[in-house]
Design a protein around this ligand. Structure first.
Ligand code: GLP
Length: 245
């Protein structure tokens, strides 16, 4: 388990982008697991710059996104399809046929979930999975609870997540109540995992995630069992974890 502490959000984004760039340079047909949310925005922006400036080549890269809301069309500005296109895909040269984001619109959700895991397996598995963390310790949209699902599945979002994500919508009522997400098993199968956490509002979840104890009440704590996880934290997100040490 490796933990890197960045002085600020900009440095965190640079560290994360450097790791993705190295992955892609080492293996040009890398399979990347990608995350949304405000935390990886800086990383995507730096990677886009590296593509323009240094010809960082994504032409053979395959991507799988972690999750998507149920009930938002791909062109809805708050959908993760839209986010990915805006922040990353239209800035770089990933081929559209190599982009995978679960989409339940017009499709049977159970079938979408089954086929998503099959597609990941068919691609050879995820080489590097990028993750953020929810204030309640969720990864993807795997919410705290007594049971966690192994495979890609449909999930009811918790009030805390709906509240946290309402900042992206006009009102809380507009936040979808359900989502499709890769399961914890699908995430844990990734060869490498890189979790990014920034800001004081993540400090409590980060402390519990790295506590040495594993609980389904804090899904990110499972990552401690992964064989090659990297946690990149800024000082604020690391503040309670460091205070404990
Ligand atoms: C959402 C996403 C997660 C993300 C989390 C944190 O709920 N489903 O994948 O990690 O938000 O987002 P942010 O980085 O905006 O705090």
């Amino acid at each position: 388990m490796k933990i890197m502490i960045a002085a600020d959000y900009r440095k965190l984004s640079q560290m994360a982008a450097d790791i993705v760039a190295k992955q892609v340079q080492t293996k040009n047909n890398s399979v990347l697991g990608l995350a949304t949310g405000s935390t990886p925005e800086g990383m995507y922006s730096i990677l886009s710059h590296m593509h323009r400036q240094d010809n960082l080549d994504f032409s053979e890269v395959i991507t799988f996104n972690l999750d998507e809301y149920v009930g938002l069309a791909p062109d809805h500005p708050q959908s993760y399809h839209y986010y990915m296109k805006h922040h990353f895909f239209k800035q770089v040269n990933v081929k559209s046929c190599n982009i995978n984001i679960p989409c339940t619109e017009k499709n049977n959700p159970e079938k979408v979930c089954r086929e998503y895991d099959q597609e990941i397996n068919n691609s050879g598995g995820i080489d590097l999975q990028v993750l953020g963390i929810g204030t309640n310790g969720h990864i993807g949209f795997n919410e705290p609870g007594r049971l966690l699902s192994v495979d890609t599945h449909i999930v009811d979002l918790t009030e805390e997540t709906i509240e946290a994500n309402s900042r992206f919508f006009k009102s809380k009522n507009e936040v979808p109540r359900r989502a499709v997400t890769m399961g914890v098993g699908s995430i844990m199968k990734a060869k490498k995992i890189m979790l990014l956490a920034s800001g004081l509002n993540k400090a409590k979840a980060v402390k519990e995630m790295l506590s040495g104890k594993v609980t389904t009440d804090l899904p990110a704590s499972l990552l401690q069992l992964h064989h090659d996880p990297l946690f990149i934290l800024d000082h604020e997100a690391a503040s309670l974890f460091q205070a404990k040490e």
